[in-house]
Design a binder for this molecule. Sequence first.
Ligand SMILES: Nc1nc2c(ncn2[C@@H]2O[C@H](COP(=O)(O)OP(=O)(O)O)[C@@H](O)[C@H]2O)c(=O)[nH]1
Ligand SMILES: [Mg+2]
Length: 201
Amino acid sequence: MEIFKSEFIKSSVDYKDCPKYHIPEYAFLGRSNVGKSSLLNMLVNNKKLSKTSSKPGKTKLINHFKINNNFFFVDLQGYGWAKSSKVEREKWIRMTKSYLKNSSKLSIVFLLIDSRIKPQNSDIEFSNFIGKNKIPMNIIFTKIDKVKKNLLEKNINLFKDELLKKWKILPDFFLSSSKDKTGRKKILAYISKVNKTILFK
Ligand SMILES: Nc1nc2c(ncn2[C@@H]2O[C@H](COP(=O)(O)OP(=O)(O)O)[C@@H](O)[C@H]2O)c(=O)[nH]1
Ligand SMILES: [Mg+2]
């Protein structure tokens, strides 16, 4: 699949405010700074589409980008910001969960995991929430350019072991580097395949 058009449509606070187009959505979720915005920009070949920042927590809420006029990429606020208050953090987590549960056009959630570190409780908790609600989920391990192969394998296996405590079958996994464009073709091919089954049913 080639991306020939990508445009920002709207930032929403609540799932109820999201754009009312009847096209599939592919959401990107993960802890702040995991590389969501960078991955989106890498996928659509547009460095400026979704703002990336070295300051955690900059993305606002639920951000819709219309791709090729026929589906949405959704950049979610994320979770686990060090600098916001506990009350604020819990509010964002509630709102993200509410979007995940209530967005009827949500086709797949890509959960981004930092490949450099061992499993984090917040990541496991979100994975299990998504699984429990039977929302299709794929995992993308990010920043693989920054980690040695041995450690990458170790962290991936640790994450799989954590998931297997609750999941019968593991979701599909992708590896990505926004710096080297690793994973771009595979992720886009996957989305394209899913999209066809949805759009032409
Ligand atoms: N080396 C490397 N750095 C990355 C990669 N993805 C993101 N980053 C950096 O990590 C930081 C956070 O990225 P960002 O996309 O804003 O994360 P977000 O908060 O999840 O949207 C930025 O400084 C990015 O340049 C990657 O694949 N490789
Ligand atoms: Mg971001």
